[in-house]
Design a protein. Structure first.
Length: 431
């Protein structure tokens, strides 16, 4: 009896997915709980495992297909059963050539027909295919650079390929944009003519996640009255505090002390004083949130994602840092769950890690505001005594929905964050 592989529940408000990649083909043996197919939703990628051991007998939803929750993806035959007989059934219709006719056909074909399998087999001899599915982040990096994963030295558990292996392979001189299995022969001409032979444009279908991001950002611009206010913060005291305690902090808590926990805590304090920034519009009403679930925007394998750190007002600096580090790793691996990205009352986005000096972030509906952090740079500043000193400065940007948040509230919010960062003792003493 064949077992149906169906699209599982994909989380709150998610009813459809795109079949991104099949890890097995029809006829392959499958172990229980082994990943069979990867589904891409507008939030995360989800791997669907085999419910039992058996043989993949039929793939119903091909790669690129749009599928709804509960739809049948494939059929899994039980152990000892074969693949679906649909394709083999067509074989009897082709009559076997009689011995005389077969010999005559081979004679007419000559050496040319014999040369074909030899040429086709050559690439297979170059490198054996991997016998395990690549994680989404690793596969994307391999595909983007047109690499042969079998030729990359693997250092992961059980000899598996990791993202760091691919990055190291590229840094070592692997040609991006050309298969690693096809190195240029000695004395070959420069790569210029080869690039000219390729297409000047390439049309690639947007991923479901990228489409959803585009829809939400446009929805925010069309719906909310977005305004951005700026301020700058002197990072001197926070950097000194971090340098003083980072080693003992990591030794005690097992996680690095970064700046994000301070900014999250500073935002919580400012949100408590300015509750409108922690609210949302519902019809003709306002919903004020008395909890502080802060979304932290991070770059993942499939694009920008915003996992949520829950109840930040009740968590320690160490717990917040651990949560953010865990979410960052999951985002790179493409393993964030729907629950980890659902909700959120306010968002913090750190464009500074990419070198951004200033930006106007777009709010994440239905939230009413988002804080943008930026690159810390040494700049000449006039000190209270009139002297000029070089100080590590960061621009802060608060984008907010002017329908909910007034300018005074937005400016006061940003000033409160600035005060907490420039004097971190405020956060520890709740002053």
């Amino acid at each position: 009896m064949a077992t149906e592989i169906i699209v599982p529940q994909l989380g709150e408000s998610v009813s459809e997915a795109t079949v991104a990649k099949w890890f097995k083909k029809v006829g392959d043996a499958v172990a229980a709980d082994e990943p069979l197919v990867e589904l891409e939703t507008d939030k995360v990628t989800v791997e669907v495992p085999a419910p039992a051991a058996g043989t993949l007998s039929e793939i119903i939803a091909a790669e690129g297909a749009e599928v709804a929750v509960g739809a049948v993806l494939a059929l899994l035959a039980g152990a000892g059963e074969g693949a679906a007989p649909a394709k083999p059934a067509a074989a009897p219709a082709q009559k076997k050539p009689e011995p005389e006719k077969k010999a005559e056909a081979e004679k007419k074909a000559g050496p040319e027909k014999k040369a074909e399998p030899v040429a086709a087999a050559a690439p297979k001899a170059a490198s054996a295919p991997l016998d395990y599915p690549l994680p989404p982040a690793v596969r994307k990096l391999v595909d983007d650079n047109a690499l042969d994963p079998a030729r990359i030295p693997a250092t992961g558990k059980d000899g598996r390929l990791t993202r760091d292996d691919v990055v190291a392979f590229l840094k070592a001189g692997a040609p991006a944009g050309a298969p690693a299995s096809a190195p240029a022969p000695a004395g070959a001409p420069a790569a210029g003519p080869a690039r000219e032979a390729g297409p000047r444009e390439e049309k690639v279908k947007m991923t479901r996640l990228r489409r959803r991001i585009a829809e939400r950002l446009k929805e925010a611009q069309n719906t909310a009255a977005i305004l951005t206010t700026f301020n700058e913060v002197d990072m001197t005291n926070l950097m000194a505090l971090r340098n003083q305690y980072k080693e003992s902090f990591e030794k005690k808590h097992g996680v690095k002390l970064g700046f994000m926990s301070f900014f999250v805590k500073a935002c919580v304090k400012a949100l408590q004083e300015m509750p409108a920034v922690n609210s949302e519009i519902s019809g003709d009403s306002l919903i004020y949130k008395n909890y502080y679930d802060i979304g932290v925007a991070v770059g993942g394998a499939q694009g920008l994602v915003v996992p949520v750190v829950r109840d930040c007002d009740a968590k320690s600096f160490a717990t917040i840092e651990a949560d953010i580090a865990s979410y960052g790793k999951k985002a790179r691996d493409g393993s964030l769950t729907m629950e980890e990205m659902a909700g959120g009352t306010f968002t913090v986005s750190n464009g500074g890690v990419y070198g951004s000096l200033m930006s106007t972030p777009i709010i994440n509906p239905p939230q009413s505001a988002i804080l943008g952090m930026h690159k810390t740079m040494m700049r000449p500043m006039v000190m209270p005594d009139g002297s000029i000193a070089a100080r590590p400065m960061m621009y802060l940007a608060l984008s907010y929905d002017h329908r909910i948040v007034d300018g005074k509230e937005a400016v006061t919010f940003l000033v409160r964050v600035k005060e907490c960062i420039e004097d971190p003792a405020r956060l520890l003493l709740d002053a």
